[in-house]
Design a protein around this ligand. Structure first.
Ligand SMILES: [Zn+2]
Length: 397
């Protein structure tokens, strides 16, 4: 096993040892008493102390050199098009750049930036199915991109959702980006989607770019989509009181994004925390967007919520990993047996004022990434995008 460019999980046994700090991604138990991990054929099989685990017969060994290991980060809100290209800011290799920001899974909130995107019902279904197939077969940098998220339009009937589901579509793009903007109409389509196993997200707040529109709190509540998409606006937020009301009155997932209002990002996190419902909070970038394409967006969200929001860093990590994994039914996102071996190796950045990695995040700094593993395969070494990590792990065999 080595630096493989393919999309299939590793074959064989991976042993990770000398882990300084193991973060699970699970809010209920964010720090594990472990310094080693074993994965077989790309799936985690054991976590614990190296002297207690069966580490014999490894085909691959990573010496973590005392750094922190956590689940691969999940970006719950991206707008991919095709391949590793986005027309939004004319960028190539943006997904590979996110890999260097620790992101191992991305979830499409709609392939809305495709030039000439079809808006008729046959066309939007065809695009969704094509995008799902294309990203299933091609992982830029090894990153898992769950795409094929149609933007619903007026006139769709239940059979359209049934056909999409049968064709392998599991997501809706942001409700409200198409012609369906009324609460009652959105609610009907969201319910059809849910009935056929398709998860939905709604655009929340003011228009993102000229041509898109406002979705207010009453429409969000009535539509009842599975994810309150960018609750802190994308970029223009609803008033803070309305955002807190959404957290209180809805039981759906609370998605906070990088390309939204940062003040309201913190308010939404605190509202969920005060309700003792932090498990509902998930993080995304909502990029590519007018505000850019941010490879470190998820890390920056973690530092924002910890550094300014006051959330302990090990809990902030859970919002970008385990929470999203559970709400999105992902195979990775948690360090536990049976999960994909999607791992990020981080250390405190060189010259941070924080004495530990967690303290550095709580001071608002971004950690340094030293290695990223997806499905048991090393996909990146020292990140080209984060500040340099003090220590980096080594693939020793
Ligand atoms: Zn949006």
């Amino acid at each position: 096993m080595a630096l493989d460019a393919g999309g299939v999980p590793a074959k064989g046994k991976l042993v990770v040892r000398n882990v300084g700090l193991m973060l699970s991604g699970d809010l209920d138990r964010p720090v594990l008493d472990a310094d080693a991990l074993v994965a077989v054929d790309g799936v985690i099989t054991a976590i614990g102390r190296a002297n207690e685990l069966d580490t014999e017969g490894a085909t691959s060994v990573i010496d973590a050199k005392g750094v922190t290991v956590l689940p691969g980060l999940v970006d719950s809100h991206v707008h991919p098009v095709f391949g590793d290209w986005t027309p939004r800011q004319s960028q190539l290799n943006w997904i590979d750049s996110f890999l260097h920001g620790g992101v191992t899974t991305m979830i499409s909130a709609g392939e809305v930036h495709l030039p000439g995107r079809p808006k008729d019902i046959v066309g939007l279904k065809a695009l969704a199915i094509t995008a799902q197939r294309a990203f299933d077969a091609f992982r830029p940098g090894g990153v898992k991109v769950l795409a094929g998220a149609p933007v619903i339009e007026k006139g769709m009937e239940e059979h359209d959702f049934q056909e999409l589901a049968q064709a392998g579509v599991t997501l809706l793009g942001e409700v409200g980006l198409g012609s369906v903007k009324a609460g009652e109409e959105a609610a009907r389509m969201v319910a059809w989607a849910r009935k056929h196993g398709i998860q939905s997200t709604i655009h929340t707040g003011g228009p993102s770019i000229p041509g898109s529109g406002l979705i207010d709190k009453d429409v969000v509540l009535e539509a009842d989509a599975d994810i309150i998409g960018h609750i802190n606006g994308g970029h223009t937020s609803l008033p803070e009181g309305h955002v807190c009301e959404l957290c209180e009155r809805s039981s759906r997932a609370i998605e906070i994004v990088h390309n939204g209002n940062e003040r309201i990002a913190i308010a939404a996190m605190r509202a969920a925390r005060d309700l003792k419902q932090l498990h509902r909070v998930i993080l995304g970038t909502d990029s590519p967007a007018g505000s850019g394409v941010q490879p470190l967006g998820i890390l920056r969200m973690i530092s924002l919520l910890a550094g300014i929001g006051g959330l302990p860093a090990e809990l902030a990590v859970c919002l970008a990993t385990g929470n999203t994994a559970r709400i999105r039914n992902l195979k990775g996102g948690l360090i536990e047996p049976g999960r994909s071996a999607d791992l990020v190796f981080m250390d405190r950045a060189q010259h941070t004022a924080g004495r530990t990695i967690l303290e550095s995040i709580e001071l608002g700094d971004i950690p340094g990434i030293g290695m990223v593993v997806i499905d048991g395969i090393v996909r990146a070494g020292r990140s080209r995008n984060t500040p340099p990590a003090e220590k980096v792990p080594e693939l020793v065999s």
